[in-house]
Design a protein around this ligand. Structure first.
Ligand code: ADP
Length: 601
């Protein structure tokens, strides 16, 4: 697999690019402090991916300047360099300007639904509450993540991307790297942390590392931020938890080997969700290049070898991956047109890598990818009609941005590959690492993919960037606070500082509710005839509303249902406000739900 990664010209180009940056002094290489045997700092950060870099900047902003970052690769950025989706945030100024109605509740609800209810709700709450504010902070550093898009599992346009449509990862790494330079935070490249050191009282007091030439380095510090990412590139570790993933490629950088998890485990850190590993559905099988979900979000569809669509392309990654694996050849084609290509700079990279077939007509494209021409044209025509009507009766896709009728036409073969490991170390909302007995490991903080619990059973696209920046910032501030208060974090200060934003408190019901578990149907008159709703009750709580039958305008009614569903899941009753501009439909949905719940008492 490593061979595959290094065969990928794009990755080699990135390595060269960052090596050149390093030579130009953009990063501080270990050669600046040649073979240091012992270093004294306040905070040691392990890993210079998005989470580690953010934590360093946040700690510095919080007044602790004596920091070092250890990075085992020859360049900074980790998986963030490869990120192409965007930064999910709710209630942002950009959404407000575009009249997109979103809320932290809806963000939480989408994240928990996508995560199959397995998420740590407190961490999800923190992610959602801090998202808009953290995006403002990040854009304040010079990033320009202002363009809105929608990705799988999100109910509304919540993904913030660079205004010039370029890949978000590069913008993020450049922005963070600039800040590291401004704050003069050293990054020891090609330096691998091997052990976290503790004193006789069990407090973290240092890190043992191996430098470029294999020389041992001891870093004495008062706090450590673990930001080593996940373990997607460690086949042995992956298959020890998930034998079914043997032989899968990965979209990750080669450094994603779970070192942080192993180091924390030695300090008795609690681990959770280790079996929850996500595959990304659309990865080029030979180069392992990931086709960003934004290609589908901006209009692309998936077509199998028989020339047919087979799934809602904007369903969550687990669903789309599973559907692809059921197709002939366990792969499919990602199909789009010139309008989609123009909407996304990332596509230019794929074209340059020659992993996309192009044609002037759909007939030519069908021949070139060897799918039955008649079926393929019929599929494209049918989809075009759905797009025009704003309704996909075949698979229920909610957002169909483009009709896919602008030549040239494009198709890329793709299949799932290991993308994100949702499991990792347990933290609290201050990003303090928790041990198996439920106590904090004094002085140890963690953020990013090394942490378990944020994404539950399945991470939504755009939530990783939100995760690393929101929690990277909390971890950095937390570590600084811990040092300034002589080893204590006072009353969740780090988290509170980030959550002053006015938000409605969310009640996602953890407690047993008042209804009988089951699925109940109810109907009531809507704008154009009866609306039939199915309500799911789990653990006594309303957990889902589904539209079973209706004659209303499609798309609009679904959107109204989503908002009503959020309100009911939050309040756990049917006395909710109607959606403005959709009074009749809202009343129909609310009354039908009431009728259904009569049977659940
Ligand atoms: P995140 O998205 O959580 O920031 P990434 O995978 O993007 O995670 O980044 C993690 C970074 O940590 C990578 O650059 C990786 O090379 C680095 N890393 C992993 N293990 C070690 C280690 N033992 N010592 C130093 N750096 C490490």
């Amino acid at each position: 697999m490593l061979k595959k990664i290094f065969n990928n010209k794009k990755i080699i180009a990135l390595i060269i690019f960052f090596s050149v940056l390093c030579m130009c002094g953009v990063c501080f290489s270990s050669s600046r402090s040649r073979n240091p045997k012992e270093i004294d700092v306040d905070i040691a950060i392990i890993g210079a991916g998005g989470a580690g870099m953010t934590a360093a900047i946040a700690a510095c902003e919080a007044g602790v300047q004596n920091i070092v970052i250890l990075e085992k690769q020859a360049f900074v950025g980790g998986n963030t360099l490869r990120a192409s989706a965007g930064f999910n945030a709710a209630n942002t100024r950009y959404q407000k300007a575009a009249h997109i109605e979103d809320s932290t509740e809806l963000f939480m609800q989408d994240t928990i639904k996508g995560g199959k209810g397995l998420n740590d709700r407190e961490l999800v709450k923190s992610l959602a509450l801090n998202s808009a504010k953290t995006l403002d902070w990040f854009n304040g550093l010079g990033a320009n993540l202002t363009q809105l898009g929608i990705l799988g599992g999100s109910s509304v346009k919540r993904t913030h991307r660079p205004a010039d449509t370029s890949s978000v990862g590069h913008v993020i790494v450049q922005t963070l790297n600039k800040q590291l330079n401004l704050h003069k935070i050293p990054v020891l490249l090609e330096t691998t942390a091997t052990k976290i050191l503790t004193n006789s009282k069990g407090k973290v007091c240092g890190v043992e590392a191996r430098g470029k030439n294999g020389n041992k380095i001891i870093i004495h510090c008062k706090a450590v931020v673990l930001a080593t990412g996940g373990f997607s590139a460690n086949q042995k570790l992956v298959t020890s938890y998930r034998a079914d993933l043997a032989g899968f490629g990965t979209t990750n950088h080669p450094g994603a080997t779970g070192d942080g998890i192993k180091m924390a485990k030695k300090l008795d850190a609690a681990l959770l969700d280790m079996k929850l590993i996500q595959t990304h559905p659309t990865v080029h099988p030979t180069t392992q290049t990931m086709f960003t979900e934004a290609v589908r979000g901006n209009g692309g569809i998936l077509v199998n070898k028989e020339g047919k669509r087979f799934v809602n392309e904007l369903a969550t990654r687990d669903i789309v991956s599973a559907a692809i694996l059921k197709q002939n050849g366990k792969s499919c084609y990602l199909v789009f047109d010139d309008a989609v290509r123009k909407s996304l700079k990332a596509i230019e990279e794929y074209v340059k890598l020659k992993i996309v077939k192009e044609a002037n007509t759909l007939e030519e494209l069908a021949n070139s990818i060897q799918v039955p021409q008649g079926e393929f044209i019929a599929t494209m025509t049918r989809y075009g009609n759905f797009q025009r009507n704003g309704h996909d009766p075949d698979f229920g896709r909610c957002s169909m941005e483009r009709p896919l009728n602008q030549p040239r036409f494009y198709a890329a073969i793709c299949a799932p590959a290991i993308h994100h490991t949702m499991g990792g170390v347990k933290i609290n909302t201050n990003c303090e690492v928790i041990n198996k007995k439920g106590a904090k490991i004094s002085g140890l903080f963690a953020a990013g993919e090394v942490v378990g619990g944020v994404h539950g059973g399945n991470r939504l696209a755009g939530n990783a960037i939100a995760d690393i920046i929101v929690f990277g910032r909390i971890a950095g501030k937390g570590a600084a606070d811990y040092i300034k208060n002589n080893g204590e974090i006072t009353s969740s200060k780090a988290n509170k500082e980030l959550t002053q934003e006015e938000t409605t408190p969310l009640v996602i019901a953890n407690k047993k509710g008042k209804y009988k578990d089951g699925k109940y149907d109810g109907s009531a008159p809507g704008r154009h005839g009866d609306i039939k709703i199915r309500v799911t009750v789990t653990n006594g709580n309303i957990t889902k509303l589904e539209l079973i039958e209706h004659n209303d305008t499609s798309g609009l009614l679904e959107a109204t249902l989503k908002q009503i569903e959020t309100r009911m899941l939050t309040s756990q009753n049917t006395d909710v406000e109607v959606v403005s501009g959709a009074t009749l439909s809202s009343n129909g949905i609310i009354e039908a739900t009431r009728q259904a719940l009569q049977k659940a008492r």
